[in-house]
Every structure is written in C-alpha cells, then in structure tokens.
Design a protein around this ligand. Sequence first.
Ligand SMILES: Cc1cc2nc3c(=O)[nH]c(=O)nc-3n(C[C@H](O)[C@H](O)[C@H](O)COP(=O)(O)OP(=O)(O)OC[C@H]3O[C@@H](n4cnc5c(N)ncnc54)[C@H](O)[C@@H]3O)c2cc1C
Length: 232
Amino acid sequence: MRVDLLEHTPHPERAIATAARICYAPIGAEELFESLEEGEVHRMVRLVVGSGHLSAVEHASFSFAIEGISRVCSHQLVRHRLASYNQQSQRYVKYDKGLPFITPPSIERVPEAKAKFEKLCQDSVDLYQELRELGIEAEDARFIFPHASETKLVMTMNARELLHFFSLRCCDRAQWEIRAMAMRMLKQVQKIAPVLFENAGPYCVRQPCPEGKFYCGKPWKKGNEAPGSGSE
Ligand SMILES: Cc1cc2nc3c(=O)[nH]c(=O)nc-3n(C[C@H](O)[C@H](O)[C@H](O)COP(=O)(O)OP(=O)(O)OC[C@H]3O[C@@H](n4cnc5c(N)ncnc54)[C@H](O)[C@@H]3O)c2cc1C
C-alpha cells in the first residue's frame, strides 16, 4: 500500500485560525492571516476543534495519492461522501497483461488458503483475457475480477471530514486495510498540522468508546495497527 500526501492547503492551521477569527475581528482576513502570532493560531485551532465549532476547519484541505489497495478498501473509502475522488477506471485501463491483487494477511499466513486464493485470482486474469479475445469490451470482462483487485485513486478531504474519517477508520473496529490506510494518512497530516490533528484518531483518544457491545476492550494507543474486526 502507498499513501502519499500530494497537496495540501499551504498553511492549514493559519487558514483555520484566520477563518475562526474573522467572525469577531474588526480587520480583514488578509491582515489577520499575516498578523496572527503562532501561539494565537494554535490557541484558535484548539478552540474550534475542542468546542466542536468545526466549520472553520473546513478551510484546510489535503489530497492523497493512494495505490496498492483493494477494491474492498476503495468501496469502504468512497462511503465517505464529503470528499472528492478520482479512481483508475477498469473501463479505460485494459488489464490484458494482468492485474495485481491484494492478499489479506490472514490468507497470506495459511499456505493452503494462499494457494487457493492466488489460483482464483490468476484464473480470473486468464478468463478476462479469454473474454477480451472473444471480443468482450473491458467494461464487461472486468465483471469477473475479485474484490481483491488492486486500485489507485486520488482523494481530497477537508480537515473536518478527515477528523471524522480518522474517528471511524483508525478505530480497531474498522477493517485492517482501510485502518492501515487511515493510519498512514493520519501520520502524514500530523506532520503538516500537528496541533490540528494532535487528538485525531478513534473516538477513544478523546472520549469513552461509543461502540457499545462492539467495544474492543483495549484502549487504542498511538501507532497501534492491529487488524480490526469491522463488519464491512
Ligand atoms: C466499522 C464500520 C463498519 C461498517 N459496516 C457497514 C456495513 O456493514 N454496511 C454499510 O452499509 N456500511 C457500513 N459502514 C459504513 C458506514 O455506515 C458509513 O457509510 C461510513 O462510515 C461513512 O460515514 P458517515 O456516513 O458518518 O460519514 P461521511 O459520508 O464521511 O459524512 C460525514 C458526516 O457528514 C454528515 N452527512 C453526510 N451526508 C449526509 C446526509 N446525506 N445527511 C445528513 N448528514 C450527512 C454526517 O454527519 C456524517 O457523519 C461501516 C463503517 C465502519 C466504520
């Protein structure tokens, strides 16, 4: 899996603090942006995130290049509606020379399961090629590929949606793949905006777990990337 931060708002925390302060400042946004002390920027960011008045947080955006994830993972990802996505097309990209597949660690660990999994993936590539040779368009031949098919995409989220996304997807309940992806995203945005994302992560970083009977029973710790048990 590759998760690279492609682009972001150049000064995300300053942009957020400026947006928050414009509400009650007698001066304009440009002057605010230039004049806010660093300490005041951090205070304002902590204030809006801590109070839940998150509209100002929407002024910072982050774009990621994501590769080497399965279509299982991308399907879960695009359920997050407040984001922008562009994904490699299985209509326009032809897989006549094959297609990579993502193997879950649980299958990787069991040689017999791994052999059967790899056979099915290879059979799907062989059948795809046969269908293509029979004149079937890529858009229909692709129907036989497993969910394990690798995909690539570009995704942009604003910081408000990212905080929400991290709450759900860094949680131990999320499936291992999207969780690993979310953890990589979190680590990268924390380097760019350490105050904004200082308490980002699953809900249990900030408050009691809201998952009720699905509570994993082990408080999440930063850097914990154990496989989850989500139902998706
Ligand atoms: C562990 C886990 C297991 C899951 N299992 C399943 C499953 O079995 N089946 C399944 O179908 N899905 C499942 N999901 C997906 C889940 O139901 C959500 O679709 C997904 O997490 C996106 O979250 P969201 O809807 O809160 O947020 P986003 O789409 O990221 O939106 C962010 C927030 O914006 C607001 N918002 C967005 N759109 C609207 C709207 N139309 N109206 C009002 N408010 C809106 C809401 O406050 C929302 O929380 C699972 C998710 C997780 C984390």
